[in-house]
Write a protein that binds this ligand. Structure first.
Ligand SMILES: CCCCC[C@H](S)C(=O)N[C@@H](Cc1ccccc1)C(=O)N[C@@H](C)C(=O)O
Ligand SMILES: [Ca+2]
Ligand SMILES: [Zn+2]
Length: 339
């Protein structure tokens, strides 16, 4: 681990004689990318997310120094959060030519050990926050590279289209967080993985996938308080119309997630066949749709139009016919029932 952690320097605190992991603002950029992006990781020492978010907003509080004991990196959550933020930043730098979350080289700040057994992670408008999980449903969320990708994508969204976090636009917000979380993880690991949170989901039950699946949303059970169907929807007609979860932002996101999966890997869904175009094209279409065509109130229909337009820009129609890429986008949104 140390080899990969060139950004950490351990400073010895004379009074406590303990070694702290400190991450200065790194002028040379992170280890693997030239742009000047600082990386900092802090410890909330189980402060709840509400007070933390308040102190963050009022005083710019980021948490406490991470204690590493007397050996390097005694805190695996801090190490994971730190390295995961660098990997996802690399993804946005290399693939989308984006210089950090704001495209202006902003520092990547993570704080771990938020709350007590908090089964969540979040973006508070300035940084990533990670709970430790309860050890049953979720393990430490900092351990999930796709979790970091999800939260950091909220940072990208906030600095671009800033989709309203409610109802349909909130579901698109959540879906893009999952989509780029998945793409970023696949870029970094080099393996195909359409589950969200598989590394942290039910730590005592191996091989049961993640919190959500982009390839088959209905394969993951949902607490039935939300939906009579008991599972995540993979068609617009099955969308959740209630008020829970800010109008189902973590539920209806699965409809757009399925569309992204079909565009990328292809498949036949409710009788509609999509010829996949691969991740390197699909990710460009979604990034261009997010940064050029979506607006804060965009819903599913707008998402469909934005993706088609982005694809047309990148992969021109030929003699009046849509390119294979654009045909895949159209078919995928037809398949999930988004008109
Ligand atoms: C503080 C208010 C809630 C913020 C919700 C954050 S953005 C979120 O969506 N977190 C993800 C965490 C995650 C990401 C990828 C994989 C697994 C888990 C999330 O899905 N949260 C669920 C549990 C939720 O909030 O319902
Ligand atoms: Ca995953
Ligand atoms: Zn989210």
């Amino acid at each position: 681990v140390f080899g990969k952690m060139q950004n950490f320097i351990a400073v010895k605190d004379a009074t406590t004689n303990k070694t702290y992991m400190h991450t200065p603002h790194i002028s040379g950029g992170t280890t693997t990318n030239p742009n000047i992006v600082g990386v900092s990781t802090y410890d909330a020492r189980r402060m709840g997310e509400t007070p933390f978010i308040l102190l963050s907003a009022l005083f710019g509080f980021t948490g406490f120094e991470v204690e590493t004991g007397n050996s390097f990196f005694a805190d695996p959550a801090a190490v994971s959060a730190h390295t995961n933020s660098m990997k996802i930043n690399d993804y946005f730098q290399k693939i989308h030519k984006r210089n950090s979350l704001d495209d202006k080289g902003m520092r990547l700040i993570s704080t771990v050990h938020i709350g007590s057994k908090w089964n969540n992670a979040a973006w508070n408008g300035k940084q990533m926050l990670y709970g430790d999980g309860d050890g049953i449903i979720l393990g430490s969320l900092a351990g999930g590279l796709d979790v970091a990708g999800h939260e950091m994508t909220h940072g990208v969204i906030e600095n671009t289209t800033d989709l309203i976090y409610q109802d349909e636009s909130g579901a698109i917000n959540e879906s893009l967080a999952d989509i780029f979380g998945a793409y970023g993880e696949m870029y970094a690991t080099g393996t195909v993985d359409w589950d969200m949170g598989e590394d942290i989901y039910t730590p005592n039950i191996p091989g049961d996938g993640g919190l959500r699946s982009l390839s088959d949303p209905t394969s993951v059970r949902l607490s039935t308080t939300y939906l009579p169907s008991g599972h995540y929807p993979d068609h617009y007609d099955d969308r959740y119309l209630g008020t829970l979860d800010r109008g189902g932002v973590h539920i209806n996101s699965s409809i757009n997630n399925k569309a992204a999966y079909l565009i990328t890997d292809g498949g036949t869904h409710y009788g509609v066949t999509v010829q996949g175009i691969g991740r390197t094209k699909a990710e460009k279409i979604f990034y261009r749709a997010l940064t050029l065509y979506l607006t804060p109130s965009s819903g599913f229909k707008d998402m469909r139009e934005a993706a088609i337009q982005a694809s047309r820009d990148l992969y021109k129609d030929r003699n009046g016919q849509p390119s294979p890429e654009t045909a895949a986008v159209i078919a995928a949104y037809d398949a999930v029932g988004v008109p």
